[in-house]
Design a protein around this ligand. Structure first.
Ligand code: HEM
Length: 511
């Protein structure tokens, strides 16, 4: 790489026997790459011996050059490369790509140094370990590796996924960047927003989303202390995996319609569970299923270990099978009564109790993902040449970007304000006051996601419909934003919840 060439020297390599070109002041020898080039050999022969910087960036992302750095044989004498390759952990330089609190010129009343340290450490962890695996698994549809789970267990990222709480006390978080007892909902927001930057929606759920929404219920509601501790240790150390199994082919959010039954044995020591569950995230690799069942006088929640009578089959959805989404069948499964969560026949509260946190995490993720889409669009508009000028020079594109940026900025500001309320409220206060606002936020965030996905696809054109190359993040988002709009409560149900909760507090007096 230390070698330098004059532009005249490069120009001589313009035959099929020797194809060189210049991209960003670097010299590439493409001779042995002609047949391997996904865009074909003809286009490379056409630019042989020339400066192909504009052509290259019109069609490729910088990461392509990073991946093929072996083709680079030197630089142009007296010139230096201008494109900056981001280091793992670095912040984006693109305007509006980062939330306002991470932009050097801005201040925020919410975040302190421990938030900043956590953000930095998680960004680097995600760039180094999560993104490469996420991209690979998203493509081939296989499940998260034990190696990554172990890394997340060691650094306590798994434990942080449950949100603030006693389970974090005395734990060293990412090498000690935050004290477990200081971890609050703004740290929690950061965890969701950094992990989502792997840009792989199926893998994002495959990355222990099932645990994040079910271990919380075990911690809060499983009364047998040694069992609760054992399960928590097994799951947070990454040795066992867990998921939430509520929805069925017969009923989604309508718990009264569930048909999975749990019948007590005559000696009162076991439940016998029979039924099926559908759309169970992480179900394919889970060892425990936190399962909603009909019991004699109502609805109850049981912790069911994988074992005799438990069968899982993969469901293909519109995102990657890396999410390990399963159809689960329980056939005469014998479950000890001590595996009951909360009280018998009163399982509704067990399920409801975690909804605020789940929806908060989902809103955090989708709002961050929208900012990434805006970043992709800004980069594309700034590099794509159409009708002789950059896309960004078209007023219609700037109008689209203005709308997208405004949606992102306003959603992030609302999210941070809610996180701040959560930091300053007890669990009971959160339940009383924040169910509605969080529902409205998630609903608004996913409606915004829909608009952003649509505008971004129009901006990218055909590339927004292509799973590889320039538009792959846009394609992925456009195909998958609906998961956030449906999982954890649909847009309509959550918007309705927001208004109904407000009406409960409506003053009695005539206005
Ligand atoms: C170091 C030089 C180059 C490398 C390593 C490279 C690599 C690639 C790769 C990996 C793709 C697949 C799509 C993607 O991942 O973005 C691709 C597509 C393509 N490349 Fe290149 N390329 C190089 C230079 C060029 C140049 C100089 C041109 C044009 C003059 C070109 C034209 C194309 C075209 C037309 C496609 C198809 C794009 C599409 O379908 O949207 N490539 N290239």
């Amino acid at each position: 790489m230390a070698q330098t060439f004059t532009r005249a020297e490069v120009a001589q390599h313009n035959t099929e026997d020797s194809v060189w070109c210049i991209i960003d002041h670097r010299v590439y020898d493409l001779t042995d790459f002609l047949d391997a080039h996904p865009g074909g050999s003809v286009v490379l022969n056409q630019i042989a011996g020339q400066d192909a910087t504009t052509d290259f960036y019109n069609l490729h992302r910088q990461e392509v050059l990073d991946r093929y750095s072996r083709l680079c044989i030197g630089t142009v004498a007296g010139e230096s490369p201008e494109v900056v390759t981001p280091e793992p952990g670095s912040l984006s330089q693109v305007p509006y790509a980062e939330p306002l609190w991470l932009r050097p010129a801005f201040k925020s009343p919410y975040y302190n140094d421990s938030h900043r340290r956590l953000q930095k450490a998680l960004r680097e962890f995600t760039d180094r370990y999560v993104t490469p695996e996420a991209q690979e698994k998203e493509r081939d549809g296989t499940y998260i590796s034990q190696e990554l789970i172990d890394r997340m267990a060691e650094t306590n990222i798994l434990a942080m996924r449950l949100g603030p709480g006693k389970h974090l006390h005395r734990r060293k978080l990412l090498g000690g960047v935050v004290e477990g007892k200081d971890f609050d909902y703004l740290h929690d927001l950061i965890v969701s927003q950094e992990l989502v930057r792997a840009n792989a929606r199926g893998f994002q759920d495959g990355n222990m989303a099932g645990m994040a929404i079910s271990l919380t219920a075990v911690q809060q509601w499983l009364r047998n202390e040694p069992l609760r501790q054992q399960i928590t240790d097994e799951v947070l150390s990454g040795k066992k995996k867990m998921c939430l199994a509520i929805t069925e082919a017969f009923a989604g959010s309508d718990v009264a319609g569930l048909r999975t039954t749990a019948q007590k044995t005559p000696d009162g020591k076991y439940y016998i569970v029979n039924g099926t569950k559908k759309w169970i995230t992480n179900g394919m690799f889970s060892d425990y299923f936190v399962t909603g069942c009909r019991t004699e006088k109502g609805f109850s929640v049981l912790l069911i270990p994988r074992g005799e009578g438990v069968e899982t089959k993969q469901i293909k959805t519109s995102y990657s099978t890396a999410a390990a989404t399963a159809f689960v069948q329980f056939e005469n499964v014998k479950v000890p009564v001590e595996n009951l969560l909360g009280e018998e026949h009163k399982g509704f509260i067990v399920i409801m109790s975690n909804f605020n946190h789940e929806r908060f995490m989902m809103a955090s993720s989708v709002i961050r993902m929208c900012a990434t889409i805006v970043e992709e669009c800004l980069k594309w508009c700034n590099q794509r040449i159409v009708f002789g000028k950059k896309l960004i020079e078209q007023p219609v594109m700037r109008q689209k970007l203005a709308r997208m940026i405004s949606l992102c900025e306003s959603n992030q500001a609302w999210l941070e304000s809610i996180a701040y309320q959560m930091c300053n409220m007890s669990y009971a206060e959160q339940s009383a006051h924040l169910g509605g606002p969080i529902g409205l936020l998630k609903s608004h965030a996913t409606r915004s996601a829909q608009e952003i996905a649509e505008q971004a696809t129009n901006i990218f054109g055909g590339r927004g419909l292509t799973q590889t190359g320039m538009g792959r993040v846009i394609e992925m988002f456009h195909r998958t934003y609906k998961f956030d709009a449906i999982l954890g409560g649909t847009e309509e149900i959550l918007a309705d919840l927001g208004v109904r909760q407000a009406m409960k507090k409506f003053p009695k007096a005539m206005l």
